[in-house]
Design a protein around this ligand. Structure first.
Ligand code: NAD
Length: 396
């Protein structure tokens, strides 16, 4: 099969196995070239197949030598449909882990369900004994509640007032005005149910009850705050409410785990091109401008650079983890530097369709978007006929 990108809005419905494998290899090589981290031994990453979760798993394995279980929601190839990018990423990751002599297993299914939690716990018990790090990196548009079976949908909307700001169609560079009506109370409730902390708490409770969480375990979940430009649609909007709930959960979990020497953190990460961030209005345009400014200042980072810094300079250091006044880890520190944000804000004011390539790095945004699905990757022959069926070595 010859695999080309097929996009529908901010989604690409095809993925290229060799391109995804090459992208994973690039991240592995980045970490292998860095100093080792005296980090976790046995890691569970929930939401492990793409973006920040995948990078966390790669750092755990290749910087700390940790065994890992990845839980994720991805699809195998079927008929004339390719597998999803996360499937191909995970197959490549597991192969690399095996070559490095480190254990790694995959569980594919709905992390919100009791069944997947039970299967993961069984696997920990038989293969790892216990875990000492849980990374919670799920980004999902929907959640079925495991007890009530209510299906929640998350929305990206402002709260209170209608939000109007610039946005871009990143395929053709057209800058238009996005108008987003405020969320209803029920939409806020549903977004918190999907992207808030309830499921993270359920994972910790289940792991503890089963006796497979080590006494001194660490857990971390990811958040984003960002600048004024995106506040109305992000931090002050529905998703921000969910992130507040995640933060409250972190405080509760920190107290719960703290009695046995464990720790729970929120890490506020940088804005990056991932499948989830592509879906948020205004954010792709902001990221394009941010990339330009951070590259000009020589401080640009992707998922793997961020996660290596999280592990080596925040989570696994001698002494306490540095936190902000609200008790959060900040690895969005470079993004949020006042001089970076001042330049972004000034470029933002001037942005038009005509000047998009001059005032932003939309070219890189678009390229990275395609790379998420294994396209536009150097050294891959996209005209070659390849088999879309790829097995994940240790799928359970
Ligand atoms: P992503 O879309 O790249 O990854 C999401 C992961 O969740 C994938 O592995 C997917 O398979 C998994 N997943 C989704 N639904 C699932 C389900 N029901 N069961 C099991 N797995 C499921 O997203 P990302 O951007 O890496 O986001 C991860 C976290 O990082 C989120 O909390 C997000 O808010 C946060 N974050 C993202 C950014 C950014 O700019 N992308 C910035 C800061 C923080």
């Amino acid at each position: 099969m010859i695999i080309q990108p097929k996009t529908r809005g901010f989604i690409c419905t095809t993925a290229h196995p060799e391109g995804c494998a090459r992208q994973v290899q690039r991240q592995v090589e980045y970490v292998q070239a860095k100093p080792k981290v005296n980090g976790p031994r046995n890691v569970l990453v929930v939401g492990a197949s793409t973006g920040y979760g995948l990078a966390s798993r790669i750092v755990s394995t290749f910087a700390a030598g940790a065994n890992s279980i990845g839980v994720y929601f991805d699809k195998a190839a079927e008929g004339n449909r390719t597998a999803s990018a996360g499937w191909y990423n995970s197959a490549a990751f597991e192969e690399a882990a095996e070559q490095a002599g480190v254990k790694s297993y995959s569980i594919v299914g709905d992390a919100f369900s009791d069944d997947i939690k039970a299967r993961t716990i069984d696997l920990i018990r038989t293969e790892l004994g216990s875990i000492d790090l849980l990374v919670y990196s799920v980004a999902s548009p929907r959640r079925t509640h495991p007890k009530t079976e209510e299906v929640f949908s998350s929305v990206i909307k402002p709260i209170g007032d209608t939000y109007v700001n610039k946005t871009v169609n990143f395929h053709n560079g057209e800058v238009t005005e996005a108008t987003i009506e405020p969320a209803t109370e029920d939409e806020i409730r549903q977004t918190v149910a999907v992207m808030g902390g309830e499921d993270w708490q359920m994972w910790i409770d289940a792991l503890q009850a089963a006796g497979v969480l080590a006494d001194n375990a660490t857990t971390v979940a990811y958040s984003y705050i960002g600048p004024q430009i995106t506040h109305a649609v992000y931090w002050d909007g529905t998703i921000g409410k969910a992130k507040n709930d995640l933060e409250e959960t972190a405080k509760r979990l920190n107290a719960q785990l703290g009695t046995k020497g464990g720790r729970a953190f929120i890490s506020v990460n940088k804005a990056l091109v991932t499948q989830s961030s592509a879906a948020i209005p205004v954010v792709p345009l902001y990221i394009s401008v941010l990339y330009k400014v951070m590259k000009e200042h020589g401080i640009h980072e992707g998922c793997i650079e961020q996660m290596y810094r999280l592990f080596s300079e925040r989570l696994y250091i001698d002494g306490p983890t540095p936190l902000d006044n609200e008790g959060r880890i900040r690895i969005d520190d470079l993004e949020m530097r006042p001089e970076i944000q001042a330049e972004v804000a000034s470029l933002w004011e001037q942005l038009t369709t005509e000047q998009i390539d001059e005032l932003s790095d939309l070219v890189s945004y678009r390229k990275e978007f395609y790379q998420l699905f294994g396209f536009e990757t150097d050294g891959i022959d996209y005209d070659a006929d390849i088999d879309p069926v790829v097995d994940i070595p240790n799928l359970r």
